[in-house]
Write a protein that binds this ligand. Structure first.
Ligand code: PEP
Length: 256
């Protein structure tokens, strides 16, 4: 079996301005350094607001930090008359490695459809960014369709134009678990992660399915991360609230 490098990803959402982002990343690097964090086995990535990216890039490159970073969204277009939008070209010039796509807050608060998500995934890949494709069911979906149907359909739609060579990350984030303090159980998350890996096998083949990281997200904290990391199809976590506390996020990165 292929060994997948774990990924602990911190989605800051609309928190921490560019000055706060510098202090935060410095403290996080110290904390991981103190813990002798092994970046060859666990990647740690932060996802700051757009206006922080240049500061984070400068700090990471000046101090040769092993942390990686990404953006929380991008435009499906490359340039032009799209006021307020951010191109994937700009993000890759800033050395973003990843970009979150289809977060449930984008889907519900900004009306992003499966088609928009697929177009954004294509845009990310055009610019050499690794999309972190978010899928997940609401509490109503869970009741009506069971655990895997909606995330599976969302992933199939997001992969519409993806070819087998692409580097992608999938994040399973049940909407009812995001910011609710009520995480899925490791068994629930594993069941859906296995179904999502089956979609990867079916659409992109065995090799891609074996190497693609599937994250769990939804009320992850230091007290519950270890259970998720023991599951065979879960390769890391997308962390919201708990990623804003250096000690807590650093401890999640050690699966403590
Ligand atoms: C998220 O928004 O991606 C998330 C998982 O949030 P939280 O960890 O706060 O539930």
């Amino acid at each position: 079996a292929v060994k997948r490098t774990a990924l602990i990803a911190g989605n800051w959402k609309m928190n921490l301005d560019h000055l706060q982002s510098i202090a935060f990343v410095q403290k996080l690097a110290w904390s991981l350094g103190d813990a002798k964090h092994d970046f060859t086995t666990v990647d740690v990535a932060v996802f700051p607001p757009f206006t922080d990216l240049r500061s984070v890039q400068t700090l990471i490159s000046a101090d040769k930090l092993l942390l990686t970073f990404g953006a929380q969204d991008l435009s499906e277009h490359d340039s032009g008359a799209y006021t307020g939008e951010i191109s994937g070209a700009f993000l890759s010039q800033l050395e973003c490695r990843y970009v979150i796509i289809g977060h449930s807050e984008r889907r519900t608060l900004h009306g992003e459809t499966d088609e928009v998500v697929a177009a954004k995934v294509a845009a990310a890949l055009r610019h050499g960014l690794t999309p972190v494709i978010c899928v997940g069911e609401t509490a109503d979906d869970l009741e009506t369709h069971g655990p895997s149907a909606v995330p599976v359909a969302q992933l199939r739609a997001a992969l519409e134009t993806v070819t087998s060579a692409a580097d992608i990350v999938v994040a399973y984030e049940p909407v009812w678990a995001i910011g609710s303090g009520q995480a899925a159980t490791p068994q629930q998350a594993e069941q859906v992660a296995a179904a999502l890996r089956a979609v990867l096998t079916e659409t992109l083949g065995d090799d891609v399915a074996a190497k693609t990281r599937i994250l769990y997200g939804g009320s992850v904290k230091s007290g519950n991360i270890a259970g998720f990391m023991r599951e065979p199809n879960i390769d890391g976590a997308l962390v919201g609230g708990a990623s804003l506390d250096v000690a807590e996020f650093s401890s999640i990165a050690r699966f403590e």
